[in-house]
Design a protein around this ligand. Structure first.
Ligand code: SF4
Length: 252
C-alpha cells in the first residue's frame, strides 16, 4: 500500500481532501495530544476532509432560515454521518489490505482538555481522553493553515470543509506542508465581526454553540467572520472551488 493508493481509495469513498504525514512529525507533542499515545505502532497520520455544501449557508445569508440547514448538513450530519462513513470505509479498506487504522473525530483538543475524563491507566500514560490537535495535524498533512479568524483555511474550499483523522501502521509518503500563506491577513474577518473581535465566542449571527459532546465549542464557519472570509478569498481568486453564485460578504 502506498500513499497514492490510499488517496485514490479515500476519494472513491467521498473524501474531497486528503493529506498524510509521518508520525515522527509529532515529535515533541505533549502525550495528551500525541497520536502515538493512542496507537504506539502507528507510522502515519492521515487527515481527510469533506466539503461543506455552499447551499448550507444560503438561509443564513438571505435571512430565510436561521442556522438549521447549516447545523444539519454543514456540521452534525456532515461530521457524524457523511464524513464518518468516508472514514469508516477507508479504515475497512485499509484493514482488508492488511493494515490497521484508528479513526478519530476532529474535535477541538484545547476544549477537550478542559473536560478530563479520568486518571491515567498506568504510570507514565496521559489521562483519557487523548485528542490530537486536528488543525495542527491538517497543517502537517499539507492541507492548509489556520487563518486570522481561527478557522482552518484550504486553497480548495477556504473555510468550508470538515475533517477527520486516522492513525495507521502503514508507512506512507508525507505530503509537503504548504509554505505560501492561505490566509493573507486581509483583515476582512475582523472588520465583519459585529463585536469587532475575531476571537470572540459570543457571536449569535450564524455561529453554532455546540453541546458538551463537542466540548461546548463555538463553530464560526457560518458566523460573519467565517462568511466574510470565504467571500474575500473567493473574490480575490484565492480558492479553487467555483460556485454558481458568490458568497456574500455583508453581515445581515
Ligand atoms: S478574512 Fe482575511 S485575514 Fe481573516 S482569516 Fe480570512 S484571509 Fe485571513
Amino acid at each position: 500500500m502506498d500513499s497514492r493508493m490510499v488517496k485514490e481509495a479515500a476519494r472513491k469513498f467521498g473524501a474531497d481532501l486528503i493529506g498524510m504525514t509521518a508520525i515522527g512529525s509529532f515529535a515533541g507533542t505533549a502525550p495528551e495530544n500525541d497520536p502515538r499515545s493512542i496507537f504506539p505502532r502507528g507510522k502515519s497520520l492521515i487527515v481527510i476532509g469533506r466539503k461543506i455544501l455552499r447551499g448550507t449557508l444560503r438561509g443564513i445569508e438571505n435571512g430565510s432560515r436561521a442556522k438549521g440547514i447549516f447545523e444539519d448538513f454543514g456540521l452534525y450530519m456532515l461530521e457524524d454521518q457523511f464524513l464518518s462513513k468516508t472514514t469508516y470505509d477507508l479504515v475497512i479498506w485499509m484493514e482488508s489490505a492488511g493494515f490497521e487504522a484508528v479513526p478519530m473525530f476532529a474535535y477541538d483538543a484545547d476544549a477537550a482538555a478542559k473536560y478530563p475524563l479520568g486518571s491515567p491507566v498506568a504510570p507514565g500514560k496521559p489521562a483519557p481522553n487523548v485528542y490530537v490537535d486536528w488543525k495542527h495535524a491538517a497543517h502537517l498533512c499539507g492541507l492548509g493553515e489556520v487563518g486570522r479568524n481561527g478557522l482552518f483555511i484550504t486553497p480548495q474550499f477556504g473555510t468550508l470543509q470538515r475533517f477527520a483523522m486516522l492513525i495507521t501502521d502503514a508507512e506512507l509518503e508525507s505530503d509537503e506542508i504548504i509554505t505560501r500563506n492561505v490566509c493573507d491577513n486581509c483583515d476582512v474577518c475582523k472588520k465583519s465581526c459585529p463585536l469587532n473581535d475575531t476571537l470572540c465566542h459570543r457571536c449569535g449571527s450564524g455561529a453554532v454553540q455546540t453541546s458538551f459532546g463537542r466540548f461546548n465549542t463555538v463553530d464560526k464557519i457560518a458566523a460573519p467572520c467565517g462568511r466574510a472570509c470565504l467571500a474575500s478569498l473567493e473574490e480575490r481568486g484565492l480558492i479553487s472551488c467555483k460556485h454558481t453564485t458568490p458568497f456574500r460578504k455583508e453581515v445581515k
